[in-house]
Write a protein that binds this ligand. Sequence first.
Ligand code: ARG
Length: 339
Amino acid sequence: MKKVVLAYSGGLDTSCAIKWLQDKGYEVIAVIADVGQGENFEAVKERALKTGAGRVHVLNLQKEFVTDYVFPAIKANAIYENKYLLATALSRPIIAKHQVKIAHQEKATAVAHGCTGKGNDQVRFETTIRLLDPKLEHIAPVRVWEFKTREEEIDYAKKHNIPVNVTKKSPYSIDKNLYGRSIECGVLEDPWAEPPEEIYDMTVSPEKAPNKPPYLELDFENGLPVAIDGAAYLPVELIHKLNEIGGANAVGRVDTIENRLVGIKSREIYENPAAMILYIAHQEIESLVLDRETLHYKQLISPKYAEMIYYGLWETPLKHQLDAYINKTQENVTGTVRL
Ligand code: ARG
């Protein structure tokens, strides 16, 4: 039997995809990537097995996500269209990389994801995987399967005893990881509509934030955050802590109209407290320690670097070359920022 490695989230789409891929003659290996989305991964694994996955790999990628994906973005001051700090975009190349690794381990010939044909994520998965192993076959079940509506998909799930979460489906499409939360669809598609308070999960509204501003001292070493108020933090814990502090103080909400890679304009809401704090703090320390010409040149590179993350070009030669340049600029970015 041919094997396919599926990036599995536990949602309806990827659950139906397991069964659908089996019907196409594949043994399905599910990969569950923990990038800090805070799921019950044991339950997600159970669901994959119950739905028919031949094997399930649960990977805790949180630390690698922060050190190898988030940290380079911080050093680059990467922000897409001046608004988006790229939490979702950064998580795709790491998931894709591990899919390829598992595909090699399992001697699989194909990979699959649960993305639709409307968004950036399909491109990010497929581009990264093609760059890492051009021989793997790509399958995007949601893009090609026969279901025309969500109801038809749910019927299919019920017919095949695929556990469907019976709770009323939220009208929003949400992607979450350690570095931020992306919310789209529903009423948000009307750019005139103010985002309802119910969509937020990591941040309080400014009205609910304390009136007294808290102070925060962040230590950087070679461009990377290492301590908060003098106490050393490991990378994952540091992001958690800054999410907590920022979220409680209404820091990190973003409301934007974004140009997707596929040519669609899209209303997006983001909440990313830690990312916002780090983006600001890192630029502040750079303004003090970088020489004028380096600072100006780096400011030209930042939007390009952000665009490459957004477009799924993480594993390209140019992006790796830019990393070498950016790392060189960080040699003296060491010191404390007070916010
Ligand atoms: N527009 C953002 C991006 O392209 C967020 C995508 C969020 N994905 C989702 N399935 N809701 O990175």
